[in-house]
Design a protein around this ligand. Structure first.
Ligand code: ATP
Length: 297
């Protein structure tokens, strides 16, 4: 069963703006899914609905089988989130801030808090005032708060915004560890294609509130189906392609194989047809090429 189910969400804001147009997708346990889209595509609206902070006009989100819209506290019992910018009381320490935030839910377990602070690498600074924290440390404190108590599902809304490259890498490695060590299911809302490429198993791409794609992160697709061919025997090559169902784009020299054919089989057919192959190499489309092609940006 899917751990998180986003079902037919429609959201129209009072100003008439259609933010979500029948969006559905699912996440299985232990999956890291990237939610991609341009500014205003509807990513944060999906997170807001998933956290029960925004009411959809149609559809629902279910977590571990519980509807967020009907049984919010049940559905969110095992969910942690970094949603929009984290705000802390600067005159309190990291530890005291966590105490205040946890008091809202009535949960507090000193040993668990110590463990999580150590996990996010804040153990030593936990008793310093947050006004002395760097942006990266604030993000780690926000993460600690999202992890108390340890959730099954983590929702991250652009968590690395404003972090320097080192901070981004540290954050990424940490999130990957949450999945490998705790089997956590993680929804990552991000603008950063490289981040999604490196962290996510699958992605959902939104454009103006509509889902344009749901599937594996394209550049990680293990099955090679696009090759680049250089040859002066184009006419002969075209005959081979039309017999075997291969698509050839003369402008880019790209050939796309049908699912039943492997690259070496097409290469063999070309050689048997006496096509002089000057170069033949696999072509990997990047997530950026795929994303820009899909969203028309
Ligand atoms: N409270 C609101 N009232 C009216 N319109 C809103 C509200 N919140 C969001 N919107 C609009 O809904 C659409 C989707 O916004 P949303 O914040 O979900 O996009 P996003 O994909 O998260 O964008 P970004 O990457 O810029 O954060 C946008 O057109 C936005 O202007």
């Amino acid at each position: 069963m899917a751990l998180l189910e986003v079902k037919n969400l429609v959201k129209r804001w009072p100003n008439g703006r259609l933010a979500l147009d029948n969006v559905s997708f699912e996440m299985r346990q232990g999956e890291i899914l990237g939610l991609l889209g341009h500014n205003g595509a509807g990513k944060s609206t999906i997170l807001g609905i998933t956290l029960g902070m925004v009411q959809p006009d149609e559809g629902e989100v279910r977590i571990a089988g519980h509807s967020v819209q009907e049984h919010r506290s049940h559905a969110l019992a095992h969910v942690g989130a970094i949603y929009e910018a984290a705000h802390f009381y600067d005159y309190l320490t990291g530890w005291q801030n966590l105490r205040v935030l946890c008091s809202l839910s009535g949960w507090w377990d000193e040993e668990e808090v110590k463990r999580v602070l150590k996990l996010v690498n804040l153990g030593e600074r936990a008793h310093h005032k947050t006004r002395t924290y760097s942006h990266g440390m604030r993000q780690r404190l926000a993460l600690a708060q999202a992890l108390l108590p340890m959730p099954k599902c983590l929702l991250l809304d652009e968590p690395t915004d404003g972090l320097d490259p080192e901070g981004i890498r540290e954050f990424r490695e940490f999130v990957m560890k949450l999945r490998s060590d705790f089997g956590m299911t993680i929804l990552l809302n991000s603008h950063l294609l490289a981040e999604v490429e490196q962290m996510c198993d699958r992605c959902v791409i939104l454009k103006q509130g509509k889902k344009m794609y749901e599937g594996p992160v394209p550049s990680q697709d293990r099955q090679q189906s696009v090759y680049l061919l250089q040859t002066r025997d184009l006419a002969k090559a075209r005959e081979v392609f039309s017999r075997s169902g291969v698509t050839f784009d003369a402008a880019t020299r790209q050939i796309t194989l049908p699912p039943h054919l492997a690259g070496h089989e097409v290469l063999k057919q070309l050689v048997e047809a006496e096509v002089r192959v000057e170069s033949w190499q696999p072509h990997k489309a990047t997530l950026e090429e795929f994303y820009l092609g899909l969203t028309g940006a």
